[in-house]
Design a protein around this ligand. Structure first.
Ligand code: DON
Length: 305
């Protein structure tokens, strides 16, 4: 198996070590506020199955909004294009937890990666499977090969205690008929999904189906080639919220961030990456994470452009 990028990762880890500005961990729940901005891990998974990394690449953390990609893949695989009647695919240009567009766009969120859109996707997946968070966890276990991967119950409970804004989003969309699961059930499912604990290694490997044009780890097909392209495109344009333009400019890869400090990225046909460092910029993206991915595509010349 190839470890083609290990020297590149080692060089990046060294450069990140010297990065003075690291951002601040999310502080809306205690579990995330305890994160150390100096923590850093980065993993690459190649299509031949090789996975390797630098720093704390095997240490589990709170995956948060990175899971929105996997929820979208499962919902799109089951529902097909009808999913897009419930959620759009345009960048929002607003913060991830913004309410402002929902009223004049009549309860249909801009894209599946802002919180409102992810709540809609969780609603669809829950209708289709009867267990949105369980099907997501099972999928992540199967794709990563880590069968211990699980929710963090304390994080899920803590999200619930600080969940007024997500509750407002869900109730507002329910008033337009765009959410059909009872809101308390939907929020429980969404918070469990956000609370998944996984490492850079787990997430890099689990994202492989997006580099394999929709084919899962066991060789079966989850998405059509075209659907895999669609998800990668939405990651590129919406995966880092109101910083997606800057992320595309600097990194040039489909990517998805979470407030736990992780970012996954896809080099279609080649490899997948996950980087983690808990210090965030003001738009909720990991400062060291974006810097590391920026260096990766600059050094290797790999990007979708
Ligand atoms: O819904 C929330 O507020 C969080 N549990 C997850 C948000 C998140 O990760 C957005 N990302 N940057």
């Amino acid at each position: 198996m190839m470890h083609s990028f290990l020297p590149v990762l080692e060089r990046i880890a060294e450069e990140i070590e010297g990065l003075a500005v690291r951002g601040r961990p999310a502080d809306y729940i205690p579990a995330l506020a305890a994160g150390d901005p100096r923590s850093f891990g980065m993993a690459v998974a190649e299509l031949d199955g090789a996975v390797y990394g630098v720093g704390e690449w095997q240490r589990p953390f709170s995956t948060q909004s990175v899971t929105k990609v996997f929820g979208l893949a499962l919902a799109l695989a089951r529902e097909g294009d009808a999913l897009w009647e419930h959620v759009g695919r345009e960048p929002s240009g607003n913060p991830f937890n913004s309410l402002v567009q929902l009223e004049y766009e009549r309860g249909v969120p801009r894209n599946p990666f802002i919180n409102a859109g992810a709540l809609v996707v969780t609603d669809r997946l829950h209708r289709l499977t009867g267990d949105a968070s369980g099907s997501l966890r099972d999928f992540l276990r199967a794709e990563s090969g880590n069968h211990d991967l699980d929710f963090d119950r304390d994080v899920a409970a803590s999200e619930g205690e600080h969940g007024d804004r997500n509750a407002a989003l869900a109730h507002f969309m329910a008033s337009y008929g765009n959410i059909t699961t009872p809101v308390p059930t939907l929020l429980r499912e969404y918070f469990r999904q956000c609370s998944v604990e996984a490492s850079c290694a787990d997430l890099a490997v689990a994202t492989g189906f997006l580099a394999r044009h929709g084919v899962r780890a066991d060789g079966s097909r989850l998405l059509t080639r075209s659907q895999a392209k669609q998800i990668n495109a939405v990651m590129l344009t919406c995966g880092t919220y109101d910083a997606a333009g800057d992320f595309a400019y600097r990194v040039g890869l489909p990517g998805k961030s979470g407030v736990g400090g992780a970012i996954i990225a896809v080099v279609p046909g080649r490899c997948t990456l996950c980087v983690w460092s808990p210090g965030l910029d003001e738009r909720g993206n990991s400062v060291a994470g974006v810097a590391a991915l920026d260096r990766f595509t600059t050094i290797t010349g790999l990007s979708v452009f």
